[in-house]
Design a protein around this ligand. Structure first.
Ligand code: ZN
Length: 280
């Protein structure tokens, strides 16, 4: 998937390319655990938390619920991890903020099932999650979104999709989710491209580092915790080390069978269980 191309001479040039390491307000550099698209998969979330290296705070990029069978458990676990959240389209759909017309039948069935499971306090909490982009406290070069900086519901799948937000947005580093595809995009003065971490195994816990370069803008997707769609069944997450300026991509196996059994026992569409094994 690696592909480089020169931007035309008269293309938009990012305004502030210079990266500098800016400590947080407390003067402490941070290790930020990035979780996205957990989708009510408690087994995958717990496995990520076990596999994660030490971190200072957690940023959640949305779609906490939908598809999986443990919405309330995942909401409570997510609440216990911190206060940094961006809402996703499934969080909106499960609380009536988004019509189900644009959802495929599987997603709509899961959203309606989820809606029926939520006690009032969880419904209220999900519904009040903030719309991205939101700033990342202590890291002024970075922002958090679910889909794209310009539209929370837009899918950034290709470098073509990423180019405008990469070059036009004022913030040089955007963490996003929504596509369930771990990887990202970069642009600098000469080139722009997409990238995916390359892992050596298909079933073990692994991590791949991405060293951020100066004068380069990034959109980084930590991948989906609870329903990966990049052909890798393992739960995905990332850790951003602001001091080293490294994003560590991670994959970890989890108790797939338990997550599938819960989906089937809940009466959700069986396809929502089988797709987890394929990572699609
Ligand atoms: Zn999602």
């Amino acid at each position: 998937m690696r592909r480089q191309f020169g931007l035309p001479e008269n293309s938009i040039r990012p305004k502030s390319l210079r990266w500098s390491i800016i400590p947080s307000s407390s003067g402490v550099l941070l290790r930020i655990l990035l979780l996205s698209d957990i989708h009510a998969n408690l087994e995958a979330l717990e496995a990520c938390l076990v596999a994660a290296p030490a971190y200072d705070l957690v940023a959640n990029l949305g779609d906490i619920v939908g598809y999986g069978a443990s919405p309330n458990e995942v909401i409570e676990r997510s609440q216990s991890l911190g206060k940094i959240f961006v809402r996703g389209n499934h969080d909106k759909a499960a609380t009536g903020l988004l019509q189900l017309d644009d959802f495929n039948p599987l997603a709509a069935a899961a959203a309606m099932w989820t809606r029926d499971q939520l006690p009032p306090e969880h419904h209220k909490w999900l519904q009040a999650l903030p719309q991205g982009p939101i700033p990342l406290e202590g890291v002024p070069q970075a922002q958090l979104v679910h889909g794209s900086p310009g539209d929370e519901d837009v899918y950034i799948v290709s470098i073509g999709d990423a180019l405008v937000p990469l070059l036009a947005d004022a913030t040089p580093l955007t963490f996003f989710g929504h596509t369930h595809l771990q990887g990202g995009f970069f642009a600098n003065g000469n080139s722009a491209d997409g990238f995916r971490p390359e892992y050596r195994t298909v079933g073990q816990a692994e991590s791949v580092p991405l060293q951020l370069k100066p004068d380069t803008r990034y959109m980084i997707n930590p991948g989906s915790v609870g329903q990966p769609r990049d052909g890798d069944w393992r739960a995905a997450f990332a850790l951003f080390d602001t001091e080293a300026q490294i994003v560590h991509y991670h994959r970890t196996p989890y108790d797939l069978k338990a997550a599938q059994d819960r989906i089937l026992a809940a009466g959700l569409p069986p396809r929502l269980a089988t797709r987890l094994a394929a990572g699609r």
